[in-house]
Ligand binder design. Structure first.
Ligand code: BDR
Ligand code: CA
Length: 300
């Protein structure tokens, strides 16, 4: 089965790998890429998204969206992704972005969707998705599923409690969680099982320009020790892998809320055993990295 998806992203080193995985996966038909400020400012995330789409030879429109959260102050994660968002790896300038604004483009794509609907994949702050859904709530009926890399059940990565995407725009995340459609969450607890190591990078086959870019990007992100290995997590590719190879995951039904105030702002509250959401729990990490290697090798 091929699913039609909209990817909302903030590239971002791991977003870059997630986009490549999506473009290389026959299970996924990318209808639209929308972009928010997040890992770095919007001017840079947009440039990176355009470059990545063009490098992959994907025939997909890229549309700019929010440069800041619904409320609060914009803060980037250049300390992880570098000032350019791609860890210093320069890519050729991509095709220009489409005119217009992300929320409009998302609504137009939902309106045009067939009976099977469109899956929304959010791998950045949820601002664009929230703006689209809040301004025309009836369009949620055209959303097949929502898959988010967001939140943490245990430890955060920006504050002790909060994960970066959830913390960047918790109000937006709250809107998306409450839109009435099924949400699948790849939290930090899952994505910290997807540790990209030097050994795996060294094992990648020589292939085309996308593989070369992916290797350079992943090889330039700082590595450190995680319980699952020494390296860095491929957070966003987990959300895409769920759509391409769901057998790599275990999952459980949950209820998800998000704190909007105080020092736990951006913390996701995840209650197991109840609720309409699905928490991805265990990742078959060797299977995930085998999939990623095989798919990256398919790209130009
Ligand atoms: C998430 O935040 C960003 O830095 C990454 O691209 C990922 O989407 C991980 O917390
Ligand atoms: Ca991201």
């Amino acid at each position: 089965m091929t699913r039609r998806v909209i990817i909302d992203t903030d590239p971002g080193t791991d977003d870059a790998i997630a986009l490549f995985l999506a473009f290389a996966s026959p299970e996924i038909d990318v209808a639209l890429v929308t972009v928010a400020g997040g890992n770095v400012g919007l001017a840079r995330t947009l440039r990176n998204a355009r470059a990545l789409v063009s490098l992959a030879g994907a025939d997909v429109q890229v549309v700019a969206g929010a440069d800041r959260p619904l409320l609060g102050r914009f803060e980037d994660a250049a300390y992880v992704h570098g000032e350019d968002g791609l860890a210093g790896v320069a890519l050729p300038e991509g095709r220009p972005a489409e005119r217009g604004i992300a929320a409009d483009a998302i609504r137009a794509a939902l309106r045009a969707a067939g009976p099977e609907g469109v899956t929304l994949v959010g791998i950045g702050p949820a601002t664009n998705l929230a703006l689209a859904l809040a301004t025309e709530p009836a369009l949620a009926a055209h959303v097949a599923e929502i898959v988010l890399m967001s939140g943490a059940a245990t430890r955060g990565n920006v504050t002790p409690h909060a994960e970066f995407n959830a913390w960047s725009d918790p109000e937006a995340l709250s809107v998306v969680l409450g839109c009435g459609r099924p949400v699948t969450l790849a939290t930090l607890d899952l994505t910290r099982q997807a540790i990209c190591t030097r050994e795996w990078l060294g094992s990648l086959a020589e292939a085309g320009r996308c593989m070369a870019a992916a290797r350079a990007i992943m090889g330039s992100v700082p590595m450190r020790a995680y319980p699952a290995g020494f390296g860095h997590p491929q957070h966003d590719a987990c959300a895409i892998a769920w759509l391409a190879a769901p057998h790599l995951f275990t999952h459980a039904p949950v209820h998800v809320g998000v704190d909007l105030a105080g020092e736990t702002r951006g913390r996701t509250r995840i209650t197991l055993g109840e609720g309409p959401a699905r928490l991805l729990e265990r990742l078959d990490s060797p299977g995930f990295f085998a999939l990623l290697a095989e798919r990256l090798a398919r790209l130009p």
